[in-house]
Each structure stands twice: as C-alpha cells, then as structure tokens.
Design a protein around this ligand. Structure first.
Ligand SMILES: Nc1ncnc2c1ncn2[C@@H]1O[C@H](COP(=O)(O)OP(=O)(O)OP(=O)(O)O)[C@@H](O)[C@H]1O
Ligand SMILES: [Mg+2]
Length: 256
C-alpha cells in the first residue's frame, strides 16, 4: 500500500521517466496496484484487487483462475477497453490514463488484437465483413481490406464460410472468425480470452499452432484459459484468485 501511494504521488515528470525506463527494459505491460471495483447496490466487488503485472515484449503468458476470479476484467484493463478504479497502467512506456481517445482508439485498433470470450461479432454481418471491420477503422482501401480479411480467414481455415453470418456458423467457427478479426491488423499484442473454449481438440491445436507462429514472429501473447494443456503452450502462467495474483510461474516450456 505504501509503495502504491508513493507511486500515485509521483509528479507527471517522474511518471514519464518511469515509463521511459520501462520502455528501455522492453516491458510492454506494467501495472502498479491495479484495482477494478464494481458497486452493486450496497455491495462492493473487487474484480481486480491490487494486481502488479510485468510483461516483456515477446512474452507468451497464460492467465488461469476460477470462474469469476477477474480474468476477463483484467484483460479488459490490459486491452484499454476499460479503466481501472485505482492504480497505474503503463502500456509500451505510456500511462494509459494519459492517453486521449484518439490514441486509445488507435492502440485498440492497431496494436492490440482482442479475442473476446463472447466473440462480440456483428450479428447481421458476414464473417468476411466482421473480419474487415478493424481495417475499415484503420482507413485501408476496400480492395486491400478484402484481400487481408480473406487471408486472415484462411489462416483459421474458414475461407469457405466467409459469406456466412454468425448465426449460420458453429460456435467454434464463430470463435475462429473472432480470432481472424483480432489478427487482421497484425497487432503486436494479442489478448485472447478463452480462445479455444468453444473448439474441439484438433481445431484448438490449430489455433495454438497459429499463436505459436505469432509468438515466434516476436508478438506478445496473453491468453486466458482454464485448460492446463493450453496454458502449457505459454512460457509463463499467472494464477488469479479473487482478483489477486496467487502465483506467477514458468511453465515447463518456460524453464527450458
Ligand atoms: N460489469 C460488472 N458489474 C458488476 N460486477 C461485475 C461486472 N463484470 C464482472 N463483474 C464481477 O467481477 C468478477 C470478475 O468477473 P470476470 O468476468 O473478470 O471473471 P472471469 O475470471 O473472467 O470469469 P470466467 O472464467 O467465468 O470468465 C465476478 O465476480 C463478476 O461477477
Ligand atoms: Mg471471463
């Protein structure tokens, strides 16, 4: 607690210096005493309570924990989709709280790919159009958009279904559309919340192979999963319970 109040007391220049230092150290994600508190009537729910995480560029990290332990809430904070109730979050050496809407929009569109637990696809749009969306926001020409969206769908083996709408796809296929959409802008950070949850073992393995290629290419991957097999693809597992980090270990792969 003491350390946190000191941090929050840092003046803007000191905060900036800290960010610079993180950047030189290759630390792409760093949270200091991060909290997310929901008020429900007279009840306070600390979905994330005092989390300190440090992730270097190129790391491959899994997050595990029981249902309701705060994994999705934490991912939303890391992805700048939500703002913390308290604490500091440096992304790429910059304080998220100092970024304006334009900058946040750019980061969410270009630097971070997000695979949501609930997919968040547009119900009335085809798979192709869903995957094209981030490219529209990025201002890319229609021809190139279609080319790249098709290529992303090909990567998840769904080119044959590109004209289907979400309700004309299976759960696993919808999940793969969501993954293609997250990857289409070639983000350097991929945040994936249960990306294999709706997939059979074979398809899940293909997605993990795709993530492995992204990891080999130097991207940072953070993946929420409740399956140890999946978590063991990563180099490190962070265990969360009741909004707190319970353990942060190297996987067998990470110990090599
Ligand atoms: N918008 C909200 N308002 C109030 N409480 C919320 C809200 N979102 C989440 N919570 C609560 O915060 C806690 C953490 O939720 P979160 O979705 O982060 O859990 P999770 O670890 O992702 O669980 P799961 O494995 O089931 O997806 C839960 O107790 C949940 O009920
Ligand atoms: Mg969740």
């Amino acid at each position: 607690m003491a350390a946190q109040s000191i941090l929050e007391d840092l003046d803007p220049k000191q905060r900036e210096e800290r960010g610079e230092k993180l950047k030189t150290q290759g630390i792409v994600i760093r949270t200091y005493d991060l909290w997310k508190t929901y008020i429900m009537g007279d009840q306070e729910i600390n979905a994330v309570s005092g989390v300190e995480i440090q992730i270097k560029r190129g790391e491959y990290v899994a997050i595990m924990g029981p249902s309701g332990s705060g994994k999705s809430t934490l991912m939303n904070l890391i992805g700048c989709l939500d703002t913390p109730s308290r604490g500091l979050y440096y992304l790429n050496g910059k304080l998220a709280s100092d970024m304006d809407d334009d900058e946040l929009a750019r980061i969410r569109n270009k630097e971070i790919g997000f695979v949501f637990q609930t997919f968040n696809l547009l119900a009335r749009s085809s798979a192709l159009h869903n995957v094209e969306l981030p490219l529209i926001y990025a201002g890319i020409s229609s021809e190139e958009r279609i080319e790249r969206a098709k290529a992303a769908l090909r990567e998840v083996d769904l080119e044959q279904r590109m004209h289907h709408k979400p309700n004309e796809l299976s759960g696993g296929q919808r999940q793969r559309v969501a993954i293609a959409r997250a990857l289409v802008n070639r983000p350097s950070i991929l945040l994936a919340d249960e990306p294999t949850g709706a997939l059979d073992t074979n398809t899940g393995n293909e997605i993990m192979a795709l993530f492995e290629r992204l990891h080999q290419a130097g991207n940072t991957i953070i993946l929420v999963t409740h399956e140890l097999d999946i978590a063991n693809h990563a180099h490190r597992v962070i265990h969360i319970r009741d909004g707190k980090i319970e353990r942060d270990d190297a996987t067998p792969r990470g110990q090599l």
